[in-house]
Design a protein around this ligand. Structure first.
Ligand SMILES: *[C@@H]1O[C@H](CO)[C@@H](O)[C@H](O)[C@H]1NC(C)=O
Ligand SMILES: *[C@@H]1O[C@H](CO)[C@@H](O)[C@H](O)[C@H]1NC(C)=O
Ligand SMILES: *[C@@H]1O[C@H](CO)[C@@H](O)[C@H](O)[C@H]1NC(C)=O
Ligand SMILES: *[C@@H]1O[C@H](CO)[C@@H](O)[C@H](O)[C@H]1NC(C)=O
Length: 562
């Protein structure tokens, strides 16, 4: 017998996202990298990471500079609006970028450190790396200044680690910046690149405007070189804020390169210099240095669905109708996991010869009998004939395997619940009828024109309240029934609305009769006036384009599907 796959006659099962607004065009992915596959270790999100560090500028000042201010607006780029440097002055920030902490370095004096760095992690996985430094003379030369002070050792963290300088092969990877163009020409740019401009180019001895102009002249021609650009993630940032007083140490940062596939212009995740390590570690499964890299936020390189592309989410939650009840006979696509007309329930599940009641396409808006919504009843409806369930109600049940869910007990439970005579088949069969799509034109049109989800399950095989608690809070706090007596005191669990509020994301619960979120103590704390609004506000806000980022709509509980 083909079972009724998903008739859950329980609290809340039919949900539709009716409006999503797309924030920007999806950009074309760049062509796959064309290199000797033996030489590169494919990463999850990129095949090369390049960091270019400029000097001593506050976020707002960097943004005012036209080139820096416009970088995030380009294809394959994104501006990071909440990127923090680690400390002051310069040197410990650079140390932090490759070491995961400042290693007790407080000043810009020459430091000699012996510890593991990102170099160890990279080499463990055979990932090539180089530190390119402008006006550096090579050979692990340790002078604090070289080339008339254009080169400053404090900005090239690799030379301060004996774990690197005592190893000739590693020393050979710290090179004068002029080598970059040779490496590009030879299609031999390493997979991890740390680029240190000189004291004028990075703005240290000049100003942000000079640094930005240098960056433009440096970057633009090289972005056109596939050996540098393709599937590369380039981070442009500043070592620290100019202003020492700010605790935030907020600096400009932007990602650009062939590996950046974001449709948004800005990203407000809380990044820091430690994100460099975390990003690289995750990309190639390098493990970690066990320092501040562990908990850092890795850079997002690709759109990750909802957060990026969607401006508004509107959730409308209806009552008491299963997927198959509503959409079992939506036949415009063969992909929909609906009904075939061959699905039936036996009047008595223990008697294979008892009458078969077929799921037909003639559901009505108001059925003569409400199916039982209690958990014990639902367990019987969805086909759990557990030895312990000798009758309804009150038996023990669960957990069950997926293939035990035969959807075979709706008819039997309906007969039991309402003491219907088995000879009254027309009355019994309402419980498994499905709608004729012509009778629910709105739902049908939404599904046809947008998307329909045919494996969406309610959280609790039970009634309205525990399911609505789950929808807003991911837990019913143990509630398994609809218990009006608990509404006044309210439920204590944290809700999605509190998380949204914490993240500065706007939300409203629009309602026709009652806002379902009012049963949460923590929603009450967030305030009724601004967040719980009658349905006419929803219509007005939708019309004027002022909907919050997340809207939850509670229609009147007496509305029937259409
Ligand atoms: C310093 O480095 C830059 C960039 O690598 C190079 O163009 C320049 O010739 C070097 N020397 C001086 C004295 O500027
Ligand atoms: C269902 O069928 C079983 C097995 O034939 C029988 O023992 C039982 O009495 C029937 N139940 C009802 C309610 O008719
Ligand atoms: C169920 O219906 C039958 C027949 O109509 C009736 O005799 C019986 O009393 C009813 N049982 C209950 C529990 O209402
Ligand atoms: C949903 O089910 C509950 C519980 O049986 C019932 O009280 C309510 O009237 C039903 N709501 C609708 C809209 O069918």
């Amino acid at each position: 017998m083909k079972s009724l796959k998903s008739i859950f006659q329980i609290g809340v099962v039919f949900a539709a996202i009716v409006q999503v607004s797309v924030a920007g065009p999806v950009r074309k992915p760049s062509a796959p990298i064309a290199r000797d596959a033996n030489k590169i270790i494919k990463g999850k999100n990129f095949d090369r990471f390049v960091v270019i560090v400029l000097e001593n500028t506050d976020y707002d000042d960097a943004l005012k500079q036209p080139y820096l201010g416009s970088l995030g607006n380009r294809d394959n780029a994104v501006l990071l609006t909440e990127y923090s440097a680690v400390t002051h002055p310069s040197q410990p920030n650079y140390i932090a970028m490759i070491k995961g902490n400042t290693h007790g370095v407080f000043f810009d004096f020459d430091s000699t450190l012996s510890d593991r760095t990102i170099v160890d992690l990279l080499e463990d996985k055979h990932i090539s790396w180089k530190s390119y430094a402008e006006n550096y003379s090579g050979g692990c030369k340790l002078d604090s200044k070289q080339d008339h002070g254009l080169y400053a050792r404090k900005h090239v963290p690799f030379v301060s680690f004996t774990t690197i300088t005592s190893n000739p092969a590693r020393c050979a990877n710290i090179v004068p910046a002029t080598q970059l163009d040779d490496d590009i020409a030879n299609n031999a740019v390493p997979q991890f690149v740390f680029y240190t401009p000189n004291m004028k180019d990075d703005g240290h001895d000049t100003n942000t405007d000079t640094a930005a102009k240098w960056l433009e002249s440096f970057l633009e021609p090289r972005l056109k070189q596939s050996a540098f650009y393709d599937n590369t993630l380039i981070l442009i940032t500043f070592d620290e804020q100019e202003n020492y007083i700010s605790l935030h140490n907020h600096v400009y940062a932007a990602l650009i390169g062939g590996a950046v596939k974001r449709s948004v212009r800005t990203d407000s995740n809380p990044y820091s210099h430690y994100s460099i390590l975390k990003t690289v570690e995750e990309n190639w499964d390098l493990g970690s240095l066990g320092q501040n890299d562990v908990d850092a936020t890795p850079f997002v390189t690709k759109d990750n669905g909802l957060g990026d592309r969607i401006k508004n989410i509107v959730m409308v939650m209806m009552e008491n109708r299963s997927f198959d009840k509503m959409a079992g006979y939506f036949k415009y696509s063969p992909d929909i996991n609906g009904l075939t007309g061959k699905e039936y329930n036996l009047v008595n599940t223990s008697d294979p010869n008892s009458a078969k009641i077929y799921a037909t396409m003639d559901a009505s808006y108001i059925d003569p009998d409400d199916p039982n919504h209690g958990i014990d009843a639902v367990v019987e409806q969805i086909g759990i004939h557990h030895p312990q369930i000798t009758g309804y109600p009150g038996s023990a049940f669960g957990p069950f395997k997926q293939n035990q869910l035969t959807m075979s007990g709706f008819v039997q439970n309906m007969i039991k619940t309402h003491n219907i005579s088995t000879s009254d088949l027309p009355r019994i069969k309402h419980v498994i009828n499905s709608f004729n799509p012509a009778d629910i034109p709105v739902t049908h049109a939404l599904a046809q024109n947008f998307a329909i989800i045919d494996h969406w399950y309610a959280s609790v095989p039970g009634s309205t309240q525990p399911n609505r608690l789950f929808a807003h809070a991911a837990t019913s706090h143990g509630e398994t029934t609809t218990t009006a007596g608990n509404y006044l005191a309210g439920y204590p669990q944290k809700t999605i609305f509190n998380s949204l509020d914490d993240a500065g994301i706007t939300w409203k619960n629009y309602f026709q009769q009652l806002p379902s979120t009012i049963v949460f103590q923590q929603v009450r704390k967030l305030g009724f006036v601004d967040n719980l609004k009658s349905y006419d506000h929803f219509l007005a806000d939708a019309k004027t384009g002022t909907l919050p980022q997340y809207s939850f709509v509670d229609p009147t509980y007496e509305k029937f599907p259409s």
